[in-house]
Design a protein around this ligand. Structure first.
Ligand code: CA
Length: 230
C-alpha cells in the first residue's frame, strides 16, 4: 500500500513518514500544494494525507483539483484548527475524512486503515485467495489454518498480490506500491522479496501459487480452495 503525505512542516512530515512506514506502508512526501497535485495525478496512491495549510495551494484546493481530475483515492485532511468551516470546506472539496491537530499517531493510523479499507470502491475487510487469508487491520495472514510469519515488506507484498488475484503484476508496479518513490536500493529487490515470500507462503505447503510470468512479472494464481483461518 502506497501513501502520499502532503505536509510542509518538515518535522511533522518526517514523523508521519516514519510512523506509516512502521505500519508497513510505502510513503512519499510532497511539501507544496502544486507538488501534491502533480504527484497524486502521476502515481496511484492508496490514500493521501493532506495538510490544510500549504504553500502554493491550500489542502482544500488540492483536493478539489484531484477530484476534478478524476482522482478518487481516499483523502484524509489534516487541519490545525478544529474550526467547523475548515471541516466543511474540506469535505465539500471531496475529502473523505478529517483529523484535527494535535492528534495521536494511533488515531491517524486507525483512520488511514479505515480509509484504505473503504477505498474508492467497496473493499472487503479480509482478503481471501484460495486458502490464503489476510487481515489488513490486524496485519495477520494464514495459509489454511497455519498462520504465516511475515516481515512488514513481505506482508505488504502479499497484500498487493491478494488484492489482484490472477493478475500479472510487473516489477515496476510492485516496486511502486511496496517500496516508495525515492527507493534507490538494489534493482532486483522485488525478485528477492518474491523469493522470501514463496519460502513462507508456498514452499512449506508444497504449492506453487506465486508464479513467475516470464518477461512480464509475477502472478498469484487464484485457485479453488477455501481459507479456514480462525
Ligand atoms: Ca502546514
Amino acid at each position: 500500500m502506497r501513501v502520499l503525505v502532503v505536509e510542509d512542516e518538515f518535522r511533522m512530515a518526517a514523523l508521519l513518514k516514519r510512523g506509516l512506514e512502521e505500519d508497513g506502508y510505502a510513503v512519499d512526501v510532497a511539501s507544496t500544494g502544486p507538488d501534491a497535485v502533480w504527484q497524486a495525478g502521476e502515481f496511484d496512491y492508496d490514500a493521501v494525507l493532506l495538510d490544510l495549510m500549504l504553500p502554493g495551494l491550500d489542502g482544500v484546493e488540492v483536493c478539489r483539483r484531484l477530484r476534478g481530475a478524476g482522482r478518487w483515492m481516499p483523502v484524509l485532511m489534516l487541519t490545525a484548527r478544529d474550526a467547523i468551516g475548515d471541516r466543511v470546506d474540506g469535505l465539500d472539496a471531496g475529502a473523505d475524512d478529517y483529523l484535527a491537530k494535535p492528534f495521536s499517531f494511533a488515531e491517524l493510523s486507525a483512520r488511514v486503515r479505515a480509509l484504505i479499507r473503504r477505498g474508492g470502491v467497496e473493499r472487503p475487510t479480509r482478503l481471501e485467495v484460495s486458502d490464503l487469508c489476510l487481515d489488513p487491520a490486524t496485519r495477520r495472514a494464514w495459509r489454511g489454518d497455519a498462520e504465516l510469519e511475515l516481515s512488514s515488506k513481505e506482508f505488504a507484498l502479499l497484500e498487493l498480490f491478494m488484492r489482484h488475484p490472477g493478475q500479472v503484476l510487473t516489477r515496476t508496479r510492485i516496486l511502486e506500491h511496496v517500496w516508495d518513490f525515492a527507493y534507490e536500493g538494489v534493482s532486483n529487490v522485488v525478485d528477492q522479496y518474491v523469493l522470501y515470500l514463496r519460502r513462507k507462503i508456498d514452499r512449506p505447503f508444497a504449492v506453487e501459487q506465486l508464479e513467475t510470468v516470464r518477461g512480464a512479472g509475477y502472478r498469484l494464481r487464484a485457485e479453488p480452495g477455501r481459507c479456514d483461518s480462525p
